[in-house]
Design a protein around this ligand. Structure first.
Ligand code: ADP
Ligand code: MG
Length: 381
């Protein structure tokens, strides 16, 4: 006992631990907004409105028409590691929801001035309940009832107020941070819940301090990527785009899965399918063009720097000066990837990323022929 008391090594108190780990889940405005949007999509929403006040520095909120939160769940939703989506570690290999760690709401509570949730299930419509949480995620009040249809609204104000350095950064770079959040929202607009083929109507608005509300983007809820591109960048953007749909054989992928007894060898899991849209070679979208490149794995936005490079290299053999406008969703078995690599889930570990890149290179002639024939066929249309 004496020795332990003399030790310099002490456990951090719970509050400090919470703040530290929350700061890794919600690293910036973009990831904060992303967590809310993903919760809405997980709740089956088909319509989403994202509202920013003062570039999100004052507040942001996501309003959805999803399942709503049942009264018996009010107490637990913002508690650390409380989730309705995953109950055992084994589930992690088959997770198809965006969320699974139960950290987003609790982190937002720890890292902002105020989190308010207004929610309503089908059973309670047309009356919703307003819930308020403290910084540890404990429910501190039912502020009463409001008229609303089924769904949930989460309002976060004063993001990063408890972390002064990060708050200052946010205030100083408000426009840039806001831009990054908009870019991420366009990714969700392009391939919303691709695996379910469910379109989501998305509206994003901004209101400057003392200013008017303006619409930043609006999609009409069509599940088609082309329709969303048209909604985001205008119908003219479609003229130069062709459908991307390639299947790459990934041999090692199958070997891994077979070793783990997940497939018997005859399934499609030895393939990686890439679906999306790509600009014709003659057009592209500028030299670097990375602001018009969107990659997904099974409908989950993803930062694939190596895969992106491989794509750009293939493209460059046709158009030396430009990078493609590209929306590409890699469709692979959920057990061949690990989305739990980084706290913000933007890094996805593919068991076979190397193989995927190899496949892209090995199949380059094949993929080029496919892309080329598509590009030229529709050029004549
Ligand atoms: P996770 O998404 O990993 O489960 P979160 O902290 O993001 O963790 O959310 C905690 C829980 O709160 C979710 O599991 C879900 O049950 C509920 N929830 C959060 N947002 C919504 C929403 N928009 N609609 C319905 N339920 C929600
Ligand atoms: Mg979540």
């Amino acid at each position: 006992v004496e020795r332990a008391a003399r030790s310099k090594i002490k456990a951090l108190d719970g509050g400090a631990v919470h703040k530290i780990s929350s700061g890794q889940v919600v690293i910036d405005l973009q990831t904060a907004v992303k967590e809310l949007v993903e919760n809405s999509l997980d709740a089956g929403a088909t319509s989403l409105e994202v509202r920013f006040k003062d570039h999100g520095v004052a507040s942001f909120e996501v309003i959805d028409n999803g399942s709503g939160i049942a009264p018996e769940d009010y107490d637990a939703i913002a508690l650390k590691h409380h989730t309705s989506k995953l109950s055992s570690f084994a589930d992690l290999t088959s997770v198809s929801t965006f969320g699974f760690r139960g950290e987003a709401l609790s982190s937002l509570c720890a890292l902002s001035e105020h989190v308010i949730v207004t929610t309503c299930t089908a059973a309670e419509a047309p009356m919703g309940t307003i819930l308020e949480f403290d910084s540890t995620g404990r429910l501190v009040g039912h502020k009463g009832k409001v008229a609303r249809q089924r769904g949930t609204t989460v309002t976060v104000s004063g993001l990063f107020k408890p972390l002064p350095v990060r708050r200052r950064e946010l205030e100083r770079n408000a426009k840039r941070e806001f831009g990054k959040a908009l870019a991420l929202l366009s990714a969700y607009a392009l391939v919303p819940c691709a695996h379910e083929n469910r379109g989501v109507r998305l509206t994003v608005t901004h209101q400057a301090a003392g200013g008017k509300k303006s619409v930043q983007m609006r999609t009409d809820g069509s599940p088609s990527t082309r329709a969303s591109i048209s909604a985001l960048w205008g119908p003219k953007a479609l003229e130069n785009l062709v459908e991307l749909d390639i299947v790459f054989p990934v041999e090692a992928e199958r070997a891994v899965l077979r070793r783990r007894g997940i497939v018997d060898g005859d399934t499609h899991s030895n393939e990686v399918r890439v679906r999306g849209q790509i600009s014709k070679f003659a057009v592209g979208c500028g030299r670097s063009g990375t602001d018009r490149q969107f990659f997904f794995v099974n409908g989950r936005p993803y930062n694939p720097s190596k895969v992106q490079k491989a794509f750009n290299e293939v493209y460059r053999t046709f158009n030396a000066n430009q990078a493609p406008f590209i929306v590409a969703d890699f469709i692979l078995p959920t057990d061949s990837l690990d989305v739990n690599v980084s706290p913000d889930k933007r890094t996805i570990l593919l068991h076979s990323e190397k193989n995927l890149i190899e496949a892209l290179k090995v199949c380059r002639p094949v993929s080029l022929v496919i892309i080329a024939s598509l590009a030229y066929a529709s050029a004549g249309r």
